[in-house]
Design a protein around this ligand. Sequence first.
Ligand code: AMP
Length: 546
Amino acid sequence: MQGLMQQPPLLISTILRHAARHHAAGEIVSKTTEGAIHRTTYAALESRARRLTRVLARLGIGEQDRVGTLAWNGYRHLEVYYAAPGMGAICHTINPRLHPDDIAFIITHAGDAVLFADTSFTALLETIAPRLKDCVRAIVLMTESANMPALALPSGMALHCYDDLMDAADDDFTWPSFEETTASALCYTSGTTGRPKGVLYSHRSTVLHAYAISMPDVLCLRATDRILPVVPMFHVNAWGIPYGAALAGTSLVLPGRHLDGASLHALLNAERVNFTCGVPTVWMVLLAHLRATGGRLDTLRRIMTGGSACPPLLIEAFGAEHGVAVEHGWGMTELSPVGTYNTPKPVHADLGTAERDHLMLKQGRVLAGIDMKIVDGDGRELPWDGAAFGDLKVCGPWVCSAYYGDAPGSALDTDGWFATGDVATIDPDGLMEITDRSKDVIKSGGEWISSITLENIALSHPDVAEAAVIAAHHPKWDERPVLIVVAREGRTIDPEDLLRVYAGKVAKWWLPDAVVVVPELPHTATGKLQKTALRARYRDHLGAGG
Ligand code: AMP
């Protein structure tokens, strides 16, 4: 017998309509590329998104056409976020920090018909436009006519001004209904090895993810909150915040391209932000700015950090110096992206500060709806004892099943699990801790050494600003850890003194065989340590030869 409940499809337009009807005055504040503050509301966003669907139709966009964006976090980008999927097209967010060759590859692979871009990317557009002329028919610069730059584009590729197109359109449009499994958005993985791969989200996966991240033990989004996503809208839908915030009626503060410590500090205070989200590098930069200027955080209460491991210093320093809680989450493009979030259970209530801070470094427990397991090299499930570590696999309604253009289900194993490429432990309370990317783990004498654990311990040394541990070839042990560090400003690192921080914290055979001090470490376009480059450079550092 079938249940007798209504079955409206879970569509992204329903999130926007909800926000417009029930949180009409909820604010969306944007710092524009030009540096001005722009204010709008959820009610106006909904009407402008309808207007934009009319513009998209005039540009020839139809169902399931790909609409590319090369843009910072701002209100026009948000309008595309809702208009394209709302009308049944696909919003394809592109990471402008990637190499131009990768960007051109991604746009042609996705077959984007139109590109919406911020004026900061005009030079990039001119460079890649000749390679895009078989798919991209038009480029729309997201600005007003007074700020329109001249742009040399190949013949047949039109150039438009966003505000002019919007001014000429009306909002006479009704959000259509269609199957909730319809594709809504596309985002390519950063691709540290090989070509980037496209993850194609659906309306259903996006809406379910938005509900899940809003829950109290995750982002705990409320109508009274003011959230500033530093995480870019071009990287995995800004962790789903543009959708989750609208669902809850939370006000959004969008920082545009101004992501340095001083700009963020000013915006956080001026816009009374109480919650902000982004990668650890951003918080390290903000912390350094606050320390250098003696600046205070007037209204900020919580920082969500994710995207790479949270350095212990972040939790300690923001807690002790600013009374701000740093919360740790884990995810990936293939998971929409949030998979786990670290919030305490009753069993953690009586822990002391040091124990709790240590626990907070874990990546957390799964969001309801996702399941996870760790397996050994033969695929056998490992115990949840907080010690055994193995390949982390996940499944659930917002986990990808195949990459864009590949056969359905081709990203899954025979039992329907997705291998994340991360190596992790899970403790008896269900808290997962990433110990490595599977390609970064150090395999020494048949045993595994976690590079992240060694990095975190190095970062607890007062002279160390940044640390990376990589596997170097070793004639006897196959691989051994090498620690590469950057000194804090005004400090000098003494390798022997640094190695003493490991005493009593790890087994002796985990100790790095060498310490290399460098002026800076390489990062990927999404701010993660570029270990491939470091491995290439220091693979033979122990003199073992390949
Ligand atoms: P991306 O798809 O670019 O978001 O990258 C996803 C990868 O980033 C994951 O598979 C992890 O290796 C890494 N990652 C994300 N969040 C964390 C975290 N909190 N701690 C450690 N690594 C993380």
